[in-house]
Design a protein around this ligand. Sequence first.
Ligand code: NG6
Ligand code: CA
Length: 515
Amino acid sequence: MKKKQCGLLSLALSSCLITQAENKEKNSGSPNVIFIYADDLGYGDLECYDAKNIHTPNVNRLAANGIRFTNGHSTASTSTPSRYSLLTGEYAWRKPDTDVAAGNAGMIISPAQFTMADLFKSAGYATGAFGKWHLGLGNQTACQDWNAPLSAALGDLGFDYSYIMAATADRVPCVFIENGQVANYDPSAPIEVSYVKNFPGEPTGKDNPELLYNLKPSHGHDQSIVNGISRIGYMKGGGKALWKDENIADSITVHAIDFIKKHKDGPFFMYFATNDIHVPRFPHKRFRNKNKMGLRGNAIVQFDWSVGQLLKTLDELGLTQNTLILLSSDNGPVVDDGYADQAEELLNGHTPTGKLRGGKYSAFEGGTRIPVIVHWPEVIHKPVVSDALISQIDWLASFASLLNVRIPKGSAPDSYNHLATLLGQDHTDRPWVIEQAANHTLSVRTKNWKYIEGSEGAPMITWGPKIETGYLGTPQLYDMKQTGEQENVAAKYPQKVFELEQILRKVRNKTIKLK
Ligand code: NG6
Ligand code: CA
């Protein structure tokens, strides 16, 4: 009897060991992957990037055990084009209608396109998208029926599960969409949306400022009112499906945690795009008064909390070791982006871009140089601060390489495999990075130089935010090693201007390709 028990035990033990070994083998080939994509989080907005007024301990933990990049770039200085490029590996400026999208934009990525989610799906991953989408839904702009399953949604782009906001928190419709349908739909309050005209009898921020009990606009944002905050666009109905801004981070995070738990046996890919720290900044009250910068600072604390919740879940499930986390932002920071949230008054010496010039919308570095942190304990054993020049456009091809997935011919035309640098195994710079400003001015950034093509446009943003655009009628050249973007040296180095112009021309024409 004893012997038999022993035998059984050893059999059980050995099968347990085999299962663990198999899992380990399976897992080491297939890490879980989480993109944490903040909104409008600037290069200088995190403690590990030298922000002085803010504690972001959870992001610190990622940086302290991972690779922290000091020269990482988004492809554009606004959301929609950045996200488009990230998810498709194609520069947004190649495709019309990829600028900041309305909440009733039709789906901008076509179902036929190969996406980041398709990539992971083809490698056997469960795929999920959470939070800010801002890449359109449904077949056609302004034709969605929000009271029925949408005609096209993220399931058509390779995501098995999605719990998203159609656009931004400052744009209607102010409801979450789960797998292509309004979450928590309230049949007693059918939803209508228009970006052209209001619905009869519905209040607006412009006409009914007395109803703005949570936040008032500083510029724009004076149309439909939801939760005491006026927005861009008009909507009617929604009832109990309408979000409360103070609960947005909680809702997104809770759904993401459920997804992780459900797919703990992995592998999974999660696109976790926070609403923080975009306007309207209205974090939950447990994050209020956490620092001296008011709502903008509190939104950063709330962002860090979300990161912490994901980490805690991974820790509890024993998944941290083999989960690759990539944390970044869609574009640079803005202080007053349209709500009277005192962000400007309460900066208290904080500089959201660090020392960079410009900001969100801009052609200057502040628009597109963003935090990038890679954390993957299984592979990254020692923390590194890397000054390698990298771009989000390369994430698709880099992950294709990691997972050994072939990208279909013609897809992701601008993405290049930069995996070794992303994982800190070397510090090879991208030969150049192309950046798009809000008015489509393109720049070429190399390790040492920055070229901004000549363009029409005012030197400062004209509609509210106090940000230099970086636009000038003639080409600009900056020596990034010597004076950064302080001194335009185009007249001094015409040959360099010519050289970078040629790169831009060839990238535009697709007559140059990185290998
Ligand atoms: C601007 C909005 C701004 C923000 C931005 C998009 C006004 C006056 N300003 O048009 O508040 O929503 O669009 O931001 O409407 S992004 O990060 O999603 O690109
Ligand atoms: Ca943004």
